[in-house]
Design a protein around this ligand. Sequence first.
Ligand code: ADP
Length: 304
Amino acid sequence: MSMALIWWTILLTKNNTELLHAKTEIISGKNPNDTKALEEVIKYHERKANMILGEGLVFGFMLIIGLYLIQRLFNKEMEGIKSQKNFLLSITHELKSPIASVNLITETLQKRELDKPTQNTLFSNILSESRRLEKLINNLLFSTKLQSAYAYNFEDSDVSAIINDFIKKFQTLFPGINISKKVDSGIMAKIDREAFESVISNLLENAVKYGGENEEIEVELKENNGGITFTVKDKGPGIPKENRKKVFEQFYRQGNEEARKTKGTGLGLYIVKKIVEAHRGNIEILDNIPQGSIFSVFLPVSKN
Ligand code: ADP
């Protein structure tokens, strides 16, 4: 297209110059002293040359914009394909590996005489593998429900109690994790309990997964600016600024599936964002000090 544009400009310019020569020859042949007519012809030629240049520049500019938009679309499409490929790789692995582990551990327990502490370790391994599977299935089901018009059931709820209960449950599941909480009591809001619990669960599980098992996690809930703010802070590696939008996209996971150490599907934060938006709220990622991420969820509190 740029070649056609250049060719078109050259042809028009050539044509314009030939026309100028022809006209000047005619005028000089008829009346060589008619300088006014000659000036008119030259002015007309200049106007035409400017017009060709202007049109060329406009088309060139449009061409560049068009190419830029196509390139952007192409990159987005490629990222989508990459994410889907990663998702398929991870989901295959995520579904198969806990089942394989549970089978293997159960066979070991059946066939061998093991002492009590070893048996206990193996039982807790079975439990953690089946929980991993449960979380994956919950997220898959929830994201499917969200796509096919999930019917939210907003009810006046004691958010402080929901969070406190959840943390208690979470601490029995992960006894090694150190969760400190600053949850103001009696905070009420209209929320869908099942969906909100999925927000808490995904954010806490990510804090455990990416924050390192022995690191401290902080959970906060307070009322402010006509709403409630729920934050989960970890002391992991954090999320670079350029990825803070992308991590909320469906299937997006940082890095490459083959090289990645943590397990997951890229559904958790996508679900969290959808739920927060359905509550007319917003979620942002901030830097924790000295290191780590802060996931801050703001939900407006409606009084009706
Ligand atoms: P998953 O954990 O299954 O990969 P998520 O949607 O929950 O999916 O998270 C998307 C990506 O965001 C993760 O792959 C990870 O790279 C990044 N991420 C999420 N939470 C954290 C966190 N607390 N700290 C660092 N990175 C995180």
